[in-house]
Ligand binder design. Sequence first.
Ligand code: CP
Ligand code: NVA
Length: 300
Amino acid sequence: MKHLLKLADLSREEIFSVLNLADQLKYERANGVHHDYLKGKKLGMIFQKSSTRTRVSFEVGMYELGGYALFLSDRDLQIGRGEPIEDTARVLSRYLDGVMIRTFEQKEVEDFARYGSIPVINGLTDYCHPCQVLADLMTVREYKGSFKGLKFCFIGDGNNMANSLMVGAVRTGMRFSIACPKGYEPDANVTALARQAGDVEIVRDPAEAAKDADIVYTDVWASMGQEEEREKRCKAFAGYCVDANVMAAAKKDAMVLHCLPAHRGEEITADVFEAHAEEIFDEAENRLHAQKAVLCKLLK
Ligand code: CP
Ligand code: NVA
């Protein structure tokens, strides 16, 4: 593992290796055991979009591993004034041991990796969100014990989350089903790739996707950068809400996950959210453990 640009770059073995290390780090932290695995290492964190979880979990993760994290906003960097990513990559590679980037185009993280000489971690692009899905998989395994025979369902936009979840689900052996309106399907190439590895179903009816599901997942209707489409999207996604009807179709012991931030009353009802808050906030916590594992794999 040289970078984490997208989940599809990780083999099944690499995914399990990250998850196993994440479990170990979580267990040790709970028992007061800390490791300076990244002593003296410096991680740059470039943010071209807002963040609560990604920023704080990476910063705290580096601190806990004995390293240091620099928060770099595009409002302050020369990137925001047009300095090319290939130059930024070559400069920052001289100062840092690794970089995490949250941006719009996937090409930017790929270009940083191509021109720079340090490990690059994708902290969310319009295309995918691999760090979130590693935490999601970790949470599923924590609650369900294993991935074997599970059905993972996603209700809503075929966005960055859906793309990464689809790959993560099939690579770990789960069936994946998504309900989305026409025109909002996940990326066609990602779908084709996922279908080579497992069972992927795209349907229109949320209750059909949720039928006998073990995990019900949802995300916002309008992602960061799509603010102007908000009204149009709210209309298109009416009916794609994780509510009591969707949950009635899923298995009785189905868990509900959400990458957060959540919009109650849109993609999920307040009742469903609160009934599954424990799972959802464990999932948010697991960002820290999963990313510490990724940092160890890439920077140690
Ligand atoms: N889920 C997630 O990535 O949250 P943030 O946008 O707060 O980082
Ligand atoms: N799809 C959302 C995920 C946020 C973590 C977005 O890109 O805004």
